[in-house]
Design a protein around this ligand. Structure first.
Ligand code: LLP
Length: 381
């Protein structure tokens, strides 16, 4: 539970980060991934604050970037192995990444590879590439964060591979070093990863039959977290996750397995702290109007996602009567709503609220809509 006395002088809303929990999470991750010699890249898109990145970099993780600016942020933070993914890399971003000698481009189309080859040739450099292959595996998650189905825009389709390999023979400024997959995010049913492993095994056999040995396989990220029980399950079950890959993924001699995790590393260490501006009576419910809204946390509006909401100011007053509330933000949009018909102890103006599990995809997705100020990040040990 967040200590209200630690925060009650700070201007709201703000992002609260528990760096102690972040460190513990990374230690748990490293303990499990090191068992199998797995290489984990942190997906900067989940949270790219320098304070967070410093801790992750010091633990020895690589970086997974999806824009030129993320590549530069990873370089500034001295990350070693940097991968650069994304369906729409611009020429300028490709150039930046080549200049910074990144570990690998995760390529999403044949045309993109041709462009990388051309830009690398102008610099007289050879760019290492992995093919992001669309495995057509269902991640059983929200449709906006499912990425590994044929209907999604991501990756190269299996039927394009034969022609692609022919083309690669004529491109001498790119070097194929791996294959890459990412089926989606917030995946809580691990069987989706088993399906991925089985598909990767098939695809790998195809490459072997074409006499191509891949130095690495990157299986992406996507491990989900428990938004409903952030305290009970503060650290994701990395043990089962990595053990599953160890059990089902066929690894060739000398081959390295890479992962790209974002949410599982940072989600639980963050909370969005907000103050109650007003309580307003509606027809069927009462409204708690917070000073944080979809500008600070867009996930409920965009994916109908759940974030646990706690009133920090009356946490010890269990005897208070429960009332039904919609918890909303101040933005001029009806979708600016964090929860509907929530039963909460009686709430008053000035109470502090925590929206939990906002370490990932919250601050990075913030906007200044309605010309609002950007909420600050505050770090606690
Ligand atoms: N690798 C690739 C290629 C990705 O596209 C992503 C996430 C990751 C790795 C990291 O996935 P993670 O381990 O964090 O699940 N804004 C959404 C999530 C979008 C995820 C985009 N790609 C949300 O708030 O749920």
């Amino acid at each position: 539970m967040i200590d209200v006395y630690k925060i009650n002088k700070l201007p709201t809303p703000f992002y609260y980060y528990d760096l102690g929990l972040l460190r513990k999470t990374i230690s748990a991750l490293k303990a499990e991934s090191d068992k199998y010699g797995y290489r984990v890249h942190y997906a900067l898109k989940a949270n790219s604050n320098n304070e967070i990145l410093t801790i992750i970099q010091q633990a020895g993780l690589g970086a997974d970037c999806v824009s030129g600016n993320e590549v530069l942020r990873a370089v500034e933070n001295k990350f070693s192995e940097i991968v650069f993914a994304g369906v729409g890399k611009t020429d300028e971003e490709i150039s930046t990444a080549i200049d910074n000698n990144i570990f690998c481009f995760n390529c999403e189309s044949v045309q993109e590879i041709v462009v990388i080859n051309k830009i690398a040739s102008e610099k007289r450099k050879v760019a290492p590439i992995a093919l992001r292959i669309n495995p057509n595996v269902n991640a059983n998650t929200h449709k906006y964060i499912t990425t590994g189905l044929e209907e999604n825009k991501f990756g190269i389709n299996l039927w394009e591979l034969e022609e692609l390999l022919e083309k690669l023979k004529r491109l001498s400024f790119v070097k194929l070093i791996g294959i890459h997959f990412h089926i989606g995010s917030q995946i809580t049913d691990l069987s989706a990863f088993k399906s991925l492993c089985l598909k990767v095994n098939e695809i790998q056999s195809w490459f072997v039959s074409h006499k191509i040995n891949l130095e690495h396989i990157n299986v992406g990220g996507g491990l989900g977290v428990d938004y409903h029980k952030p305290d009970e399950n503060a650290i994701p079950d990395f043990k089962s996750y990595f053990a599953l890959f160890n059990q089902f993924l066929e690894v060739r001699p000398g081959q390295k397995i890479h992962f790209e995790l974002g949410r599982a590393i940072v989600a639980q260490c963050g909370s969005l702290i907000s103050k109650v501006l007003y309580i307003k009576n509606g027809i069927n419910t009462n409204f708690i109007i917070l000073d944080a809204g979809m500008t600070e946390l867009i996930r409920p509006a965009l994916y109908q996602s759940y974030h646990k909401i706690e009133n920090l100011s009356n946490a010890n007053e269990a005897q208070l009567p429960l009332q039904r509330y919609d918890v909303v933000g101040p933005i001029c949009e009806s979708s600016d709503c964090f929860a509907k018909a929530l039963m909460l102890p009686e709430t008053k103006r000035g109470d502090y609220f925590a929206l939990r599990t906002t370490g990932a995809y919250s601050e990075v997705m913030a906007s200044q809509y309605n010309l609002r100020n950007k909420a600050k990040a505050v770090y606690f040990e």
